[in-house]
Every structure is written in structure tokens, then in C-alpha cells.
Design a protein around this ligand. Sequence first.
Ligand code: ADP
Ligand code: MN
Length: 517
Amino acid sequence: MDPVGIAATAVPDAGPGPGWQSKCPWGAPKTASISCSLAEVMSEQLAKELQLEEENAAFPEVVAVAEGPFITGENIDTSSDLMLAQMLQMEFDREYDAQLRREEKKFNGDSKVSISFENYRKVHPFDSDSSEDEVDWQDTRHDPYRADKPTTTPKKGFIGKGKDITTKHDEVVCGRKNTARMENFAPGFQVGDGIGMDLKLSNQVFNALKQHAYSEERRSARLHEKKEHSTAEKAVDPKTRLLLYKMVNAGMLETITGCISTGKESVVFHAYGGNATEDDKVIPPECAIKVFKTTLNEFKNRDKYIKDDYRFKDRFSKLNPRKIIRMWAEKEMHNLTRMQNAGIPCPQVVILKKHILVMSFIGQDQVPAPKLKDVKLNSEDMKKAYYQILDMMQRLYKECKLVHADLSEYNMLWHDGKVWLIDVSQSVEPTHPHGLEFLFRDCRNVSQFFQKAGVAEALNERELFNAVSGLNITADNEVDFQEEIEALEKINEDHVQNHGKKVSTFSSDGDPPIYDE
Ligand code: ADP
Ligand code: MN
């Protein structure tokens, strides 16, 4: 058995609750220009939008009929029934695939776990770059479809006698030969049942078909490569796999059952806890394993979050990218521990091994608790959730000295009649150079969500910001409010520049900031 391998397959049942198949609330992106300020780099909504956009670009709704010798220009040969049939079949297959793609999209909706219908496709998507490696079909020296034992034409170039003489240029002979050679096309290339009948394929048609078969095969190979690559990436690399096996071997984990979520920066698995104890801690019966992706590109954008975090500042410059990824996992661990100590409902850390963070599973029987965005709460529970979050945000700020920095209905789970906070690898201290901006964004998300959900008591984003931070920013519009926030951040930054130390807390009512001694 290969539990980790299995884990690569998304489990449809494990998907989030009722919103699972619903339509993407963000809709199709309206414009190509999505602002991407630093403050938004971490936003899950933004990530989702960008992903959708990418997908739309990769698989346009209306599949353009591919251009090629097969169907365009002078090479059109409609005299052959087979060719016509092939063309129609191609048309049909493309239609079918386009429909499949629409269904795939509808099925997956905006869920993080997606099911691929790839294997059901008839033809492979036509890569835009396919023209560059199109072969010269007249180059017969490298004909990959040449029959192993080509039927020889006699040296003299003709057979028969008198009026029965047939030359090597004879249409009928050549046509039959061409039809027979179709058998040498790549397996899986549909040539119809022409081989079995007395079909005479003209050289022109045969060559066009041959070239098409060849480029189809190459496309298929390329697609396969890509597919394998991405599957491996979605699951885990061999090093991660080894670490996971070690955890199972050590009895820390019983079994790794499957994948809960594949995000841009992490893959989350479900596992049953083992019997071993780690530092006298009992392993929870069900665990979530968050594997931070070691493909670096997604993390480049996040450098600033950690670089400017004074807790990691000294270490940052000395680290290679692989270690920086471990630091994200480490950061999540530290932040979760702080939260746990402050009594905020959140996953409990089990163990950290390099870029793998094992924590308690929020949910039951392999089914993760639904995100707040997916759960339908009655108005009473919704109100309860709101007050709970208000309290959690305050405690997070004051007791944990943290700003979540990606707080939204996407990172709050509803479990056991209360809200649980997750996904805190990017959380920063309030005195982070952009900490207050992150807090303001968090407040906007929370306040908008609850106002839309009909919680009349929900504070607006500015009131919420003041309630959480204890600051008293009086600006009554967003622009001025944000300016004041940035001014406060600047005071802190200047102080760091001049005194080499940070402001420990921001004070309210315009009193001078309190500094660390
Ligand atoms: P990402 O950075 O990919 O958003 P998250 O920490 O938010 O990473 O995890 C992704 C998803 O995995 C979450 O939305 C949640 O559904 C699930 N998940 C993560 N941690 C847990 C956990 N401890 N228990 C249950 N589900 C979890
Ligand atoms: Mn998340």
C-alpha cells in the first residue's frame, strides 16, 4: 500500500460542505488587471481569482478549431470519405471535451479540492506552442511510422505484363499501401476501420493524416509529462514522502488517509494518530498534516512577510530558500502555540519536521470541519460566531501579539458549535511594518462577511479595527483611516531605523508610542 500516493487523489466526499458544488461567488474575473499590492499577496480570495483566470486562459470555454494541414487551406481533401469522417470525429471530440471541461469547472466550483476529468477527454488540449515542434512531414528519413518491413516495389518499378502492367506510381497500389501503413500510427490514434477494407488512401491524404498522428502523439507525450509533474507536485516529493513514512514508522501516525486540500503553498493531509507519544504529548486521534510546498516560486511573494518580521530578521539573510520554507512551517507552529496558550480555538501542534507540520484535525471521521464560508448557520449561531471572532481577534492581538493577516471566512472552520482559526503561517506581530494594514484588511473581511450574513450587531471595519487594536483612529472614511494607519506604522519603522528597536505597542489617543526597553 502506498498511503501517501493515495493521498494524491482528491477525496470528493471530504470537500467542504454545502457550498461544494455551488457556483464560484467571485464569478469570472472581469478585468485582467487585478491589483496585487503587498497587502493582497496573501489573500486567499485573490489567489482563487488568479487561479481561475489562469485556468480560463489555459482552457478557453470555446475551443478554437485547431489550425493545421488537416483542415485548413490547400490541404483540405474532401474527396476521401475517411478524411471527412475523421474530421467530423475530431469536431465531435472537441465538442465533447469542451463540454467536459465545462462540467469539470461546474463540478469543482470554487473548491480547493478539485477533481480532474482529464482522463475522460477524447483529444488532448492543443498547446499554443505546438507549431514550433511540428515536424516536416516530407522528411521521410525520420518517419516514425514507417513499416518495419516496407512492401518492396520491384527494382524495375513495375509489375505485370502488357496491358496489365502496374507501375509503382499506380494510384490503387499506392493507395492500398498507404492504408496498410496507417496501422503503424501510434496506438490509440483512431484511424477508423479503413484498414480492414479495400481503401485506397491518396498520398496527400495519407501524409496529412500521418503528420496529424505524429503531432497528436507528441502532444499526448507532452501532456503526460505535465500531468505527471503536477500530480507529483500536488502530492509530495520523495523527501517529504520519506519524512511522512518515518512518522508512520515511528508510530506517531497510524495511517495517512488522504488529501484534504491542495493549495498554492501547502498540501494538507488527514491522518489517524498513532500510539507513540511525542514529548509526553498524546497524539490526537485524528491529525492534519500540512506540508509546505517546496516549490519555491509561490513563496517568493511572501518574503516580505517574514523578512520584516523582527523575530526572523537575523536569520532570514543567512537562509537558503529551502530553509525559508521550513520557516513558514515553524512560524505557523509558533503562532498556533501562542494561540493555544491564549485559549483561542485552533489546531494543536503535534510535531514539526522540516517543512511538515502535524497538528490536531478539526473535524471528525476524516471529514474536515466546513469553512465558515461554506456552512449555513442560523442567525443565532451566526451572531454567536461573530462575537466569538471579535473576542478571538482581540485576544490574538493583545495576548498573542499577533495579527492573523489572512483572516476571512476561508480560514475559519465551524466545528463543535464554535469557530476555529487556522492558517496562521503568515501571521505577524502588530508592530510588523505592515501589521496594522494587515489587521485592517482582516477587519474588512470579517465585517463584510458578517454584515452580508445579516448580523445587525456587526461593527463596520473601522470600528472593528479600533475594537481589536484598542487604538482610537477617528477618521470616518476609509482613505483617511488607512492613511492614519500607515502613519502609525511609519512611526514604528522610523524608530526601528533610528534606535534599532521596535515599538512594543501602539498606544491609543495619540499618546506617544510605547517602546521596548
Ligand atoms: P492554505 O495556505 O492552503 O490555505 P490552510 O492552513 O488554510 O492552508 O489549509 C487548507 C485547508 O485544509 C483548510 O481550508 C482546511 O479546509 C484544511 N485544514 C487545514 N488545517 C486543518 C486542520 N487542522 N483540521 C482540519 N482541516 C484543516
Ligand atoms: Mn487557508
